[in-house]
Design a binder for this molecule. Structure first.
Ligand code: ADP
Length: 448
């Protein structure tokens, strides 16, 4: 039989991205949306649309009962969760499967294990991935924490086991502040994630963030699709991503990629996943695994030619991976700019009506966005409104094309991060690929 109608349990550019992959496979789509998203592009394009609640995400995009009802009424045979919202909620994945609906995502038990960073680190270690030195599991006793911190050396970072989106992390410079920062991190984690569990890690001084895209068929076969460098960050949030990383050699890519793919094969992982590492002095340190499609997945698609959403749908349908590791070739260079509706330098949100819109185009330019002139960006959700992804035969060509594409992009009526990207692409360090996870914040501080 196979999947014939997918419910898209998300909004914005990713909902449109999923709709596009589905239609290219001849599969119908059902958009579920809040009252704030009635006029969204993907809602207009989907074959069917069901309103599932008021603007607040808790009552709509996180409302599992409403989403399952919509899936039943619209006779969907699969659900794609996108990223964020319910994508890493193993209970929702279980409910979906219990209703005989295909879950376009990893097995619920893998979502659970990797969603708890303490369990994830333990699993990653057992699978042979190199870890950031730190506590072996959760810590709650400040005295025990002091002993561990003494051993690994200051500074240390206190992280929430259930953390995400860069929240619930505290850097500690010495023993005097450890107990109070642990308490603060635990409180923050409790209110943000409902779980006060924290653990300790060595705080790396000046690393890069390099992550590997992996894909499994759930039956013991897995591949890697190379890495993405996401070192350009503000408040632990990615701003700009590229593939391949400007610092990794082919040998290193193959070595680390094979380790990641083998780990996924051993665990019987299903679907798309990202294994995140910090990279310093030529060493990789695992930090976490994301059991979903990532925002920055298009840069990988650009350099491999593999449609990751199509692959997700195929695997959820019980089909084998469409490519073998030996068939994956990394060609050229790709960069993605995240375009947010916000002030480019103060980062204050700027929702509202888009009065004019013109997307960049031309060879090797891709814009993933649901924007159109006259569309009102609702204030209730994430501020990312578009992704500009550009390909070049090499990094230099990619940057030249990105500069040209950024010149062409017009979004009026709201403030956007386009001016920030235009400025970033002029900086020598960016042109040279010479930046770490600290670079952007230091540059922004100097700029003031
Ligand atoms: P989240 O799930 O909240 O995104 P991560 O564990 O992925 O948290 O970390 C997000 C970012 O925080 C990393 O990309 C890096 O910039 C910073 N970070 C995390 N752990 C460390 C560490 N041990 N040392 C230095 N920076 C870190």
């Amino acid at each position: 039989m196979g999947i014939s109608r997918i419910l898209i349990a998300n909004r914005g550019e990713i909902a449109l991205r999923i709709h596009r992959a589905a239609h290219e496979m001849g599969i119908e789509t059902v958009a579920v949306h809040s009252t704030a998203d009635t006029d969204a592009m993907h809602v207009r394009l989907a074959d069917h649309a069901v309103c599932i609640g008021p603007p607040s995400a808790t009552d709509s995009y996180l409302n599992t009962a409403a989403i399952i009802s919509a899936a039943e009424i619209a006779q969907c045979d699969a659900i794609h969760p996108g990223y964020g919202f319910l994508s890493e909620n193993e209970k929702f994945a279980e409910i979906v499967e219990a209703h005989d609906i295909a879950w376009i995502g990893p097995k619920p038990e893998h979502i659970r294990t990797m969603g708890d960073k303490v369990a994830a680190k333990r699993t990653a270690g057992a699978l042979g991935l190199p870890l950031v030195p730190g506590s072996d599991g959760a810590v709650s006793d400040p005295e025990e924490a002091k002993k561990i911190a003494d051993e690994i050396g200051y500074p240390v970072i206190i992280k929430a086991a259930s953390g995400g989106g860069g929240r619930g992390m505290k850097v500690c410079e010495g023993p005097d502040t450890l107990a109070s920062l642990m308490q603060a991190a635990a409180n923050e984690a409790k209110s943000a994630f409902g779980d006060a569990t924290v653990y300790l890690e060595k705080y790396l001084g000046d690393p890069r963030h390099i992550e590997f895209q992996v894909f499994g068929d759930g039956k013991g076969n897995a591949i890697h699709l190379g890495e993405r460098d996401c070192s350009l960050q503000r408040r632990h949030q990615k701003v700009f991503e590229e593939a391949p990383s400007p610092v990794l050699s082919t040998e290193e890519r193959n070595r680390m990629g094979d380790i990641c793919a083998k780990a996924m094969a051993d665990m019987g992982y299903r679907g798309a996943g990202t294994i995140e590492f910090l990279w310093e002095n030529n060493e990789f340190y695992f930090i976490e695994m994301n059991t979903r499609l990532q925002v920055e997945h298009p840069v990988t698609e650009m350099i491999t030619g593999v449609d990751l959403v199509r692959e997700q749908i195929r695997v959820a349908d019980g089909k084998p991976l469409s490519v073998k590791q030996s068939e994956i070739e990394f060609k050229g260079h790709a960069i993605e700019c995240r375009i947010n509706a916000e002030d480019p330098f103060t980062f204050a949100p700027s929702p509202g009506k888009v009065t004019s819109y013109h997307a960049a185009g031309g060879m090797h330019v891709r814009v993933d966005s649901g924007l159109y002139a006259g569309y009102s960006i609702p204030p209730y959700y994430d501020s990312m409104i578009a992704k500009l992804i550009v390909y070049g035969r090499n990094r230099e060509g990619c940057i030249m094309r990105l500069r040209r594409a950024l010149e062409e992009m017009v979004i009026e009526g709201v403030k956007t991060s386009i001016p920030l990207h235009r400025e970033l692409i002029q900086q020598d360090d960016i042109l040279n690929g010479d930046y770490s996870i600290k670079w952007l914040e230091e540059w922004l501080a100097k700029r003031e």
